[in-house]
Design a protein around this ligand. Structure first.
Ligand code: SER
Length: 326
């Protein structure tokens, strides 16, 4: 296959994950499915992924990564494979390995000019208990006290370092809690805000693992994908941040999301049984200042809590109906 300078060929690593499942569809729309390759250590998570070439890939295997990139003439890598906050607390060293070694493997390929561009997601988890928690600024105290947060902060520093010292075009976003209906999240502290919609539609009470007034920054997946594409298509000279950009969508507490569901399903009941994830959530900001992303590449979220609830209830209901008719 001939490599053209103008054609962007992307590899999405973690294509069966929460972000990957949706991002790959958008990249397929923009560049053509033939120019986007899916990779994951797991089998394809959805039928829609069958339009894409699928590679079984372990990101810790550098040789395999190189081989896949060469075989498909990849120019851009989206490295989405990671262990999220709650799971990482249970397996600290494995999480560090998975979250860091994969990043080095990809950054080194960009340093060696094998690929041109890298996207790597960071998180609000880079912040910690000593960070100002309301309207957390782009540049502020970052003393994370979770395994996941430590790995994301280290990753951000390496991204900036590779950009400054080796000219690597790496771009990153500090995602808030992401809420989508296409694939299930796994092992995150913000996942309750996805599960709650499934329980509400099953007409079952929901037991939340965070207490009722834990306020966290959140975002509908549509907005997160939009932000990712906007950042990746911005001219390099506009980007003043090469660690990772703050972006904000909405923020709410479990009590507020429950109330927004009760506007549609008045009988919906919630109770609270905080577990070890409460401590993780308590260390994170309650809202995010994203003015730098707005200034540099025009970021602005479209969805608030009411619209999020409308979309989630509608789409999860459709998904359930489809499953029931199979
Ligand atoms: N959603 C992630 C988590 O809860 C935060 O980046 O781990």
């Amino acid at each position: 296959m001939e490599q053209s300078d103008t054609i962007e060929r992307s590899l999405v690593i973690g294509a069966s994950g929460q972000i990957g499942t949706e991002l790959i569809l958008k990249l397929g729309e923009l560049h053509g499915a033939e120019n986007v390759v899916a990779a994951d250590i797991r089998p394809p998570a959805s039928e829609e992924l069958s339009n894409f070439t699928y590679e079984h890939l372990n990101i810790l295997n550098d040789e395999q990564l190189k081989e896949v990139i060469a075989r498909h003439n990849i120019t851009t890598v989206y490295l989405l494979a990671a262990m999220l906050s709650a799971t990482a607390e249970q397996q600290p060293e494995r999480a560090w390995d998975l979250n860091m070694v994969g990043l080095f493997n990809v950054l080194n390929l960009a340093k060696d000019k094998v690929i041109k561009k890298v996207f790597w997601p960071s998180s609000i988890a880079v912040f910690g208990p000593s960070t100002p928690s309301e309207n957390t600024p782009q540049t502020t105290v970052c003393e994370p006290n979770t395994v996941y947060g430590i790995s994301k902060l280290a990753g951000e520093r390496w991204c900036e370092y590779y950009h400054a010292n080796y000219g690597v075009d790496v771009r990153s976003i500090r995602y808030p809690g992401l809420i989508g209906y296409k694939s299930a999240p796994g092992g995150g502290t913000t996942d309750y805000a996805v599960d709650i919609y499934y329980k509400a539609l099953e007409e079952k009470p929901f037991t939340c693992f965070l207490n009722e007034d834990t306020r966290l920054p959140m975002m509908l997946m549509e907005d997160a994908i939009q932000a990712t594409i906007q950042l990746m298509t911005s001219p390099a000279e506009k980007l003043s941040v090469r660690s990772s950009y703050n972006i904000s969508g909405m923020d709410f507490t479990p009590k507020e999301i429950a109330a927004s569901i009760q506007n549609h399903i008045p009988s919906f009941a919630i109770d609270y049984a905080p577990d070890f994830r409460q401590k993780i959530a308590d260390s994170w900001p309650s809202s995010i200042d994203d003015r730098v992303a707005n200034k540099d590449w025009g970021w602005k979220a479209s969805y608030d809590l009411d619209r999020l609830t409308e979309v989630m209830l509608q789409e999860v209901a459709k998904k359930k109906m489809k499953l029931e008719t199979l």
